[in-house]
Design a binder for this molecule. Structure first.
Ligand code: ADP
Ligand code: MG
Length: 673
């Protein structure tokens, strides 16, 4: 039996609906190794159709094709892949070299698909290129070669896996007569090595150099003339072992994708830039959330005893109390003083704001909250313009007045907590009155403070300087001990009820439960808690806006990547055809495209992380100038999250184009130009 046997081969192309076009009609042909067969015939007679069937690019036929004893009708995808890898080499009229790959990479492509190691791959390719007189050209890109050189590269690519059959569809069709001779010499040499060379040609001259001329007309063989034999000699390529049934590795696919992306660098940079916006938004959003959270936690921990919950009476709208001018904001005034309860005072005058005093019922209710170990009563008021420290005849205004017990000493800059007859003042007041804060220590001043509508004056010694902190709402303040306060009010015949209560928890773990219960009972928590929740609300709004931006831009970039990969599939149709013809599986092609989307995702992600990092650095410099604290905290986890998200989105977007590429019909793909 001959190496190739065609029996009653028929080919029908479906045209429209039920209509078929018959391109091959009962073709019978036996071909053997060592033959150089020319297929001649008019244009449209069925030559290419026959080549595509022989080459296993088209598997739709009726009749029988037997290669080396194997019936092609029984071939599965895997068998076709192996057939392309091991038995067949294609040479095309239009060369079909992959433009973004070097000559060497074009020739090694088939071996790359078979996962042949790099050393073997390069050695074998260079050996073949040398045989074809191209050894000094292997680094060039196809566009840098002449037509004859291109066709020789294509022949090298066909030969490199040492196939049994070479199929050449008009290999000299695009060449001038001199290079045609060169290429024909090579083709003759190939036949001499014992391969079966089947060549489609229009040219009498070309046909004259073959051992056999088969003429086709209208899908039928009308002539088959043998015209001499070729003297066989040894294989001109020493190929030790054939690489079998290994596949394209992930790294090789990445490399192929990279080479293609490098060719369209500007485009890919723009895509990565577009894709990075969404990732950047996500990371900035996360960093902002983290930063604000850190800031709040830090501020609260610096000022608040973890056991203590501050409680104030709810705001009643009829009074002069207004929510945003209330109390000491960030400044805590914990106190341990038992301030005697008395008759309810009249409301404070305009310009003075203070929380309403607690009644007996309120105290009872708060005492009964589970886990409350201690109830401390305190007093605090916020005034505008009426409270002053008088020193050497000059008045220095402060806004917040309160009692000290339970205040953490972490914010005391100089000196100590005040004893009877002493006060603690904030840095700003101290600076104003004495030049430097430290200088104010030990000075005797008159404190003029409005309590329950009465202006009280008394002399005190400054025992310590307190930092008001940099937070918004940190007011200049004067604090004294609860005992001093009691003395002051008693001397002026005032009975002041507590308007701030500090509940001490039996365990830090239970503090939050106490705060929740306080809120449930309708009381207000500390103004720091309120500020924290305002911050959290602002942060939520920011987060919504940024999530919106992130979501939309991620969606847009996914569509962009999808579009670009579709365009890439169209641009690379011919390349996909070539890869299939040299034994690339659907999987390999999918892998190359998925690698490309992986890389786009990776680059967008890295770019997004980079831009986000710059934004956090610049943003923090700006914010630090304003508030003396960094508010954007980008952690490594966010960077990793951003990159992973980017890669996932990009790969999902790349699935459809990759699928489309993998599903292309090689015959169609190779016709594409
Ligand atoms: P040749 O290579 O000899 O010029 P082809 O084998 O390409 O001829 O085509 C043979 C005939 O089959 C032509 O009439 C052509 O129009 C037709 N044909 C080829 N491919 C298709 C196809 N995919 N669908 C329908 N008809 C086709
Ligand atoms: Mg043709």
């Amino acid at each position: 039996m001959a190496f190739v046997e065609l029996k009653n081969l028929n080919k029908f192309y479906p045209i429209s609906g039920s209509e078929d076009f018959q391109a091959l009609k009962d073709v019978n042909l036996s071909l053997d190794k060592g033959e150089l067969v020319s297929i001649v015939g008019e244009s449209g007679s069925g030559k290419s159709t026959l080549m595509n069937l022989l080459g296993g690019l088209d598997s739709q036929f009726s009749g029988e094709i037997t290669i080396d004893g194997q019936n092609m009708s029984t071939f599965k995808e895997k068998d076709f892949v192996n057939y392309h890898k091991e038995k067949i080499g294609f040479v095309f009229q239009s060369f079909n070299l992959v433009s973004h790959l070097s000559v060497l990479d074009n020739v090694t492509l088939a071996m790359t698909l078979s996962n042949v190691d790099k050393k073997t791959r390069v050695a074998r390719a260079r050996e073949v290129l040398k045989q074809l007189g191209l050894d000094d050209q292997y680094k060039k890109k196809p566009s840098q070669l002449s037509g004859g050189q291109k066709q020789r590269v294509a022949i090298a690519r066909a030969l490199v896996n040492d196939p049994d059959i070479i199929i050449a569809d008009e290999p000299t069709g695009a060449l001038d007569s001199q290079t045609t001779d060169q290429v024909l010499d090579i083709i003759q040499d190939i036949a001499k090595t014992g391969k079966l060379v089947i060549m489609v040609t229009h040219s009498e001259k070309v046909a004259a150099r073959s051992t056999r001329v088969v003429t086709i007309d209208d899908g039928k063989i009308i002539g088959d003339i043998r015209q001499g034999e070729i003297a066989l000699h040894e294989n001109l390529l020493e190929i030790q072992q054939k690489s079998k049934s290994k596949n394209l590795t992930f790294f090789a696919a990445i490399r192929l994708a990279l080479l293609n992306m490098k060719e369209k660098l500007a485009r890919n940079i723009l895509i990565a830039l577009g894709g990075s916006i969404g990732i950047m938004s996500i990371i900035v959003m996360l960093s902002l959330g983290e930063g604000v959270n850190d800031y709040l936690t830090e501020t609260m921990n610096a000022n608040v005893n973890p056991l203590v919950s501050e409680v104030r009476m709810p705001i009643v709208m009829e009074t002069n109390n207004s929510e945003n001018a209330d109390s000491s904001m960030m400044i805590m005034t914990p106190a341990g003083a038992e301030i005697p309860a008395g008759s309810a005072p009249s409301g404070p005058p305009a310009g003075v704001t203070q929380s309403d005093p607690f009644g007996e019922e309120d105290l009872e209710q708060l005492r009964n909250i589970p886990h409350v170990a201690e109830v401390n009563l305190a007093y605090s008021s916020l005034t505008i313009g009426s409270d002053n420290v008088i020193y050497e005849g000059e008045k220095y205004a402060f806004m917040n007045f309160g009692t000290t017990s339970g205040m953490t000493d972490s914010n005391i800059l100089y000196g100590a907590f005040p004893d009877e007859g002493e006060i603690l003042i904030t840095e700003g007041v101290a600076n104003q009155m004495a030049g430097t804060a430290e200088e104010a220590l030990g000075k005797e001043v008159t404190v003029d403070v409005t309590i329950d509508g009465e202006s009280l004056e008394k002399n005190y010694v400054i025992s310590g300087i307190y930092s008001a902190g940099q937070a918004i709402g940190a007011f200049e303040s004067v604090y004294m001990s609860a005992e001093s306060f009691e003395t002051l009010t008693a001397e002026n015949n005032l009975e002041v009820e507590p308007n701030v209560i500090y509940l001490v928890s039996d365990d830090p773990e239970n503090t939050q439960a106490i705060k929740d219960e306080v809120a449930a009972l309708g009381y207000r928590g500390s103004s720091a808690d309120a500020l924290a929740s305002t911050f959290t609300q602002m942060l939520d709004i920011f987060t919504y806006i940024l999530s919106g931006v992130a979501g939309i831009s991620l969606f847009v970039s996914a569509i962009m990547i999808l579009t670009v990969l579709y365009i890439s599939v169209v641009e690379r149709t011919q390349e996909i055809g070539v890869i299939k013809a040299i034994g690339g599986r659907k999987k390999d092609i999918r892998r190359i495209f998925v690698s490309e989307s992986f890389l786009i995702g990776l680059f967008s992600g890295i770019l997004g992380v980079g831009i986000a990092y710059l934004i956090t650095v610049v943003g923090n410099i700006v914010v630090e100038n304003l508030f003396d604290t960094a508010i954007l905290n980008m952690t490594p986890a966010f960077a990793v999250f951003g990159i992973v998200t980017s890669v996932i989105i990009s790969m999902v977007a790349g699935l459809m184009p990759a699928q489309k590429a993998a599903g292309l019909d090689p015959v169609e793909a190779l016709r594409h130009d």
